[in-house]
Ligand binder design. Structure first.
Ligand SMILES: NC(=O)c1ccc[n+]([C@@H]2O[C@H](COP(=O)([O-])OP(=O)(O)OC[C@H]3O[C@@H](n4cnc5c(N)ncnc54)[C@H](OP(=O)(O)O)[C@@H]3O)[C@@H](O)[C@H]2O)c1
Length: 257
């Protein structure tokens, strides 16, 4: 079993008055050997998935799944040949890369770290742009590779101008990042001119998590785990996860002292 991020979002779009998720203020988290959750707040995992792999799915991977597919009933399941741009190499972006590649999409990624480029390509990205070296990375991506049907903006609202520049006419930008905030509003004229949509994403529903788990199992997608820590070293795990140098998910094994 894995815990569902939100307490009562079972299906469809987010419920109005949605409560906070696991580990948010007022909500216990999952860094514990035993947790008591309502029966409706857990989802079964198949035998093919280890607990470590499954632990990566309820937040980062589900956010990526919702970004690409929308909420149930899925409006725009991503199709083979779709062009996808993912920003950065955090857990959300790497899962968006893996899920989109599994669906036959052509995925371009961005990173600030040249040392990560080979590993990004090994996960299936066709090209990588350094967003620090090229501050106009969205414009550069559109010129180099043509516009993108989906831009998964895990950076934040401050990157919207570049996400808009990267998107193809009729494309969709999904926004979930909280790293990059803007000191001025984005220029929305190109958004109108290209007929783009911006959609916010907040993790996902319980049934979307079940769909994601089935997809990961069916396609034999291996969650990108960077490092595993024993319970006793949980603080080191958090430091590692926040370092910016890590490539993939950091997992804490609560059963290992
Ligand atoms: N709305 C939601 O439902 C939801 C759900 C999950 C996460 N989030 C938020 O989404 C963001 C990504 O989550 P995550 O779990 O993937 O985080 P993460 O694993 O901590 O991501 C870290 C990576 O993000 C990239 N990054 C950091 N600042 C950036 C910037 N200004 N522009 C572009 N990339 C940047 C860097 O990639 P490089 O090292 O390659 O440069 C960094 O290594 C976070 O802000 C998180 O809080 C939102």
């Amino acid at each position: 079993m894995v815990g569902n991020y939100f307490p009562s979002w079972r299906d469809g779009p987010p419920a109005s008055g949605q409560a906070w998720g696991l580990g948010a203020p007022g909500q216990d988290g999952m860094l514990t050997e035993y947790a008591i959750l309502d029966a409706g707040r857990v989802t079964t995992i198949p035998a093919s998935l280890s607990f470590e792999d499954a632990a990566c799915l309820p937040c980062a991977a589900l956010t990526a799944w919702s970004a690409l597919n929308g909420d149930r009933p899925y409006r725009r399941p991503i199709g083979a040949g779709a062009k996808v741009l993912v920003t950065g190499t955090g857990g959300v972006a790497l899962f968006a890369l893996l899920l989109a590649v599994a669906d036959g999409a052509d995925v371009v990624a961005t990173t600030s770290d040249e040392g990560k480029i080979d590993r990004i390509k090994a996960l299936g990205a066709s090209a990588v742009i350094n967003y620090r070296a090229e501050p106009n990375w969205g414009q550069a991506a559109a010129e180099r590779f043509g516009g993108f049907d989906y831009v998964v903006n895990a950076a934040g609202p401050g990157s919207l101008d570049q996400a808009i520049a990267a998107a193809a006419p009729g494309g969709e930008i999904t926004l979930m990042g909280l790293y990059d905030f803007a000191d001025k509003a984005p220029n929305l004229i190109p958004l109108m001119a290209k007929g783009l949509s911006i959609r916010g994403t907040a993790v996902g529903s319980a049934l979307a998590l079940a769909d994601l788990i089935a997809f990961v199992d069916d396609r034999r997608i291996k969650p990108p785990i960077a490092r595993r820590f024993p319970f006793a070293d949980a603080k080191d795990a958090y430091r590692e996860a926040g370092s910016g140098a890590v490539f993939g998910k950091v997992v804490i094994d609560v059963a290992r002292a």
